[in-house]
Write a protein that binds this ligand. Structure first.
Ligand code: SF4
Ligand code: SF4
Length: 391
């Protein structure tokens, strides 16, 4: 079997050193050194680990993990190098040599021990729902349903974004849909480990989550997290070596179908919004229009696009485990994205990702900026509340 190293080596040697990737990389734009650009990192890797098979020095390892895995470099690469996969292969090689950065090794220990990324008891996964008028139906209480809502670690454990799962389950309830969450039986989807290059640690998580979702009676799994969505939709079947047997959707696609089918009715909101495409939903999963169609179906909503939108969107700084590893760089990238959003004159910066909401929302608070950072699911719930009667 061909190793990741062989594929990596082949890819490294087709870089034309054209430099097109510099303008697409938020990390290069922030740090500014050639060695921080995707092409610069390829050149370094070529010298350090290609052909001569010399080990990677710590300074280079740091640079490999100073990347959000946003995929924008892959988009523009003149020689069509699969750059996002190349960064993942490099990380895998580094992790296999036990040279991954300490915060990521700690994260691996935490996930293996607690089954979540935050070192809290996994039974506390429903903390976000405690203030709701009615608790969500949960597998912890024997619930089953054809629709499973997979909440994800960030929405489950970071109070700043509890509002997203709260809004989503209230939308489901108001629409009269039968659903269930896995509660304490939900484990981390595995995305943070895969992003760290620790693929070998993901198999148990995948097997457990697939078994539980099937046990819940799922015909459809919906998630509000683009990284969970990407992992379920693109990686789970391959890792498990079998088909899922149920449909996987991001909440924005699912809700857009409900609105189109007349299941959800929306009242008027007079807001001017801009939309930030989450990397794992947009560029990495090719879902650009469903979230836009969803919030534009709310009467009165107007959209003004940022210069970098859809497949050109700049990362919020929160992807690729960067925040665990270099929170200052994450904050700098978030400020940069926020400035672009402010330039549109929009009052609301929408996204469809709890991690984007954390990074962009934190930046807006720190800079004391007036723009309201919101998830599309929250906006839909706000618009539903103005409608009389069911739906
Ligand atoms: S994936 Fe994004 S952050 Fe990483 S090198 Fe490419 S453009 Fe830069
Ligand atoms: S765009 Fe591709 S070929 Fe050009 S420098 Fe960057 S990685 Fe190399």
């Amino acid at each position: 079997m061909k190793s990741a190293y062989s594929r990596l080596e082949e890819e490294l040697f087709i870089c034309a050193r054209c430099g097109y990737c510099r303008g697409a990389c938020p990390v290069y734009q922030e740090l500014g050194w050639e060695s921080d650009s995707p092409g610069g990192k390829v050149s370094l890797a070529k010298g350090l680990c290609g052909r001569g098979k010399i080990g990677l020095p710590p300074e280079y390892i740091r640079k490999v993990y100073q990347c959000t895995l946003c995929g924008n470099c892959r988009q523009v690469c003149a020689t069509r190098i699969e750059l996002r996969q190349l960064w993942l292969d490099l990380r895998q090689r580094i992790a296999q040599a036990d040279q991954a950065p300490s915060p990521l090794k700690q994260m691996r220990q935490v996930v293996n021990k607690c089954r979540n990324i935050v070192d809290q008891r996994n039974e506390e996964r429903l903390a976000w729902s405690l203030d709701l008028p009615q608790a969500p139906a949960s597998m912890d209480k024997g619930g089953t349903a054809p629709l499973v809502y997979f909440v994800g670690c960030v929405s489950s454990f970071f109070p700043m974004v509890f509002s997203i799962p709260q809004a989503f389950v209230q939308v489901l309830k108001r629409a009269g849909l039968e659903y269930v969450v896995l509660g304490g039986q939900e484990w981390c989807c595995g995305f943070p480990l895969m992003a760290a290059g620790m693929q070998a640690d993901v198999r148990d998580l995948v097997a457990h989550n697939m078994a539980k979702v099937r046990e819940a009676g799922a015909e459809r799994l919906v998630t509000t997290c683009p990284s969970c969505y990407h992992t379920w939709a693109h990686d789970y079947a391959a890792i498990a070596g079998q088909e899922l047997g149920f449909k996987v959707q991001h909440a924005s696609e699912f809700l857009e179908e409900l609105v189109r089918g007349g299941v959800i009715r929306l009242s008027r909101l007079e807001d001017k919004v801009t939309y930030h495409d989450p990397c794992d939903l947009g560029r990495n999963s090719d879902i650009y229009e469903a979230p836009r169609r969803l919030f534009l179906s709310i009467p009165g909503i107007s959209l003004v696009e940022m210069r970098h939108n859809r497949d050109q969107a700049l990362c919020c700084g929160g992807g690729g485990d960067l925040e665990m590893n270099d929170p200052d760089l994450t904050a700098a990238l978030a400020r940069r994205r926020l400035q672009e959003a402010l330039g549109t004159g929009a009052t609301h910066l929408l996204s469809a990702c709890q991690q984007c909401q954390r990074t962009l929302g934190s930046a807006a608070r720190k800079e004391r900026l007036g723009v309201k950072v919101m998830d599309v699911v929250e906006l839909v719930w706000k618009a539903m509340q103005g409608v009389e009667g069911p739906g």
